[in-house]
Ligand binder design. Structure first.
Ligand code: NAP
Ligand code: ZN
Ligand code: ZN
Length: 347
C-alpha cells in the first residue's frame, strides 16, 4: 500500500480536515504521481455537500490534478519517472463497451470510475481524489502535460478545460459563428478562451457587472449582464451556440430564446434542482437543448496539447490547502478569479 495524506470531508456539513489513508499497491500498468497542484472545481463543492446525492464519506475531493511521476509499473509505456502528468475526473472505465471504444469513457455503459467517490475497480474501495499528496492511476487514464504549460495553471484544464472544449468541438464552434458563454467562473473563463481561439464572435453572459473588464480581457467581444432585460432582448434569436456553465438555479428559457434558427445550447453546469424548460422556447426556431460531461481521455489529451500549442491556460489564484473552506465560500459567491488551485506542497 502507498500511504497518503489529504484533506477530507467526513460528512456534508463539516469543514474539510486533514486525513491519512492508503492507496492501492501500484500494478504493472499503474503510475504513482506526486501531486503538485489541484484545482478547486464547483463539482467538488456540490459533492462534498452532497448536493447531488450519492456522497460517500470520508471524501477526498479533487479532479484537476497535476504532478510528477515518481514510479512506473513494469508494463507502463506512456510515462517515465520525472514526467509531468495530469489526472482529470476519471481513473477507469470498462474499456470494452461501445462508448469506451469510441474514446468516450466518461459515458461508459458499464461504469465510469471517477477520481473520487467511486468504487475502485481492483479493490472495490472508494476512490480518493487530488486534495492529497499522491495518486495511483492506470497509465491509460493519465494525461501528458507539456513542459510548455505552467503546471499550476494547467491543473484546471483537466476538468474546466475539457468540459468546455469538448462541447465546442462537438458543435463545431468556428469563425463566423456567434457563441454565448453563460457564467464567468472556472468553466466559463475557459469557455471564453476556447470560443475566442476557435474564431467565434463571443458574448459573455454574467450576473456580476464587476467581471465585465475581465471578460473582455479573457476573450469576449461583448459582455451582457443577464439580469438586464433590455440587454438580453437585444441579443434575441442571434446565437449559433450557447454554453451554459451556471452552477445554481437560473432562467434557462431566457437563454434559449437567444438561439437563432437551429441553434444549440449545451448545459454543462449542474444545478442540483431540475431546470424549467417551456416547450415553446424549443419548438420556435427548432432549437436544441443538449448536455455534455467532461470529455474522453483522447480528447482531453488533444485539448491539453491544443492549450500548450496556443498558450492557453487557466487564470488562477493559488492557495495553501488550509484556505480551502474560504475558497469554497468564495466560489459559491461567484467570487473566484477564475479558478482556485491548491499548492499541494502546503499539505
Ligand atoms: P464556478 O467557478 O462557481 O462558476 C459558476 C458561475 O456561474 C459563477 O461564477 C457565476 O458567474 C455563475 N452563477 C452562479 N450562480 C448563479 C446564478 N444563481 N444565476 C446565474 N449565474 C450564476 O463553477 P464551475 O467550477 O465553473 O462549475 C460550474 C458548474 O459546472 C457546476 O455546477 C459544476 O458542478 C459543473 N461542472 C460540470 C461538468 C460537466 O462535466 N458537465 C464539469 C465540471 C463542472 P457570473 O458571476 O458570471 O454570473
Ligand atoms: Zn470538475
Ligand atoms: Zn465502457
Amino acid at each position: 500500500m502507498i500511504s497518503s495524506r489529504g484533506y477530507a470531508a467526513q460528512n456534508n456539513a463539516a469543514p474539510l480536515a486533514p486525513f491519512s489513508f492508503e492507496r492501492r499497491d501500484p500494478g504493472p500498468k499503474d503510475v504513482v504521481i506526486d501531486i503538485q497542484f489541484c484545482g478547486v472545481c464547483h463539482s467538488d463543492i456540490h459533492q462534498v455537500r452532497n448536493e447531488w446525492g450519492g456522497a460517500v464519506y470520508p471524501m477526498v475531493p479533487g479532479h484537476e490534478i497535476v504532478g510528477r511521476v515518481t514510479r512506473v509499473g513494469s508494463a507502463v509505456t506512456k510515462f517515465r519517472e520525472g514526467d509531468l502528468a495530469g489526472v482529470g475526473c476519471m481513473v477507469d472505465s470498462c474499456r470494452t463497451c461501445a462508448n469506451c471504444k469510441k474514446g468516450e469513457e466518461q459515458f461508459c455503459l458499464v461504469q465510469t470510475i471517477f477520481t473520487y467517490n467511486s468504487p475502485e475497480k481492483t479493490t472495490g474501495r472508494n476512490t480518493y481524489g487530488g486534495y492529497s499528496n499522491n495518486i495511483v492511476v492506470d497509465e491509460d487514464f493519465g494525461l501528458k502535460i507539456s513542459p510548455k504549460l505552467n503546471p499550476a495553471a494547467a491543473a484546471p484544464l483537466l476538468c474546466a478545460g475539457i468540459t468546455t472544449y469538448s462541447p465546442m468541438r462537438h458543435y463545431k464552434v468556428a469563425p463566423g459563428q456567434k457563441v454565448g458563454v453563460v457564467g464567468l467562473g472556472g468553466l466559463g473563463h475557459m469557455a471564453l478562451k476556447f470560443a475566442r481561439s476557435f474564431g467565434a464572435h463571443v458574448v459573455q453572459f454574467t450576473t456580476s457587472p464587476g467581471k465585465k473588464d475581465d471578460a473582455l480581457r479573457l476573450g469576449a467581444h461583448e459582455v451582457v449582464i443577464s439580469k438586464d432585460a433590455a440587454a438580453m432582448k437585444a441579443q434575441a434569436k442571434s446565437f449559433d451556440f450557447i454554453l451554459d456553465t451556471v452552477s445554481a438555479p437560473h432562467d434557462v428559457a431566457a437563454l434559449l430564446s437567444l438561439l437563432k434558427l437551429d441553434g444549440h445550447m449545451a448545459i454543462v453546469g449542474v444545478p442540483p434542482d431540475p431546470l424549467s424548460v417551456p416547450a415553446f422556447t424549443l419548438i420556435m426556431g427548432r432549437r436544441s437543448l443538449a448536455g455534455s460531461a467532461i470529455g474522453g481521455v483522447r480528447e482531453t489529451q488533444e485539448m491539453l496539447d491544443y492549450c500548450a500549442e496556443h498558450g492557453i491556460a487557466s487564470d488562477i489564484e493559488i492557495i495553501p490547502i488550509k484556505r480551502i473552506e474560504e475558497a469554497f465560500t468564495r466560489t459559491v459567491k461567484a467570487d473566484v478569479k477564475y479558478r482556485f488551485v491548491i499548492d499541494m506542497s502546503t499539505l
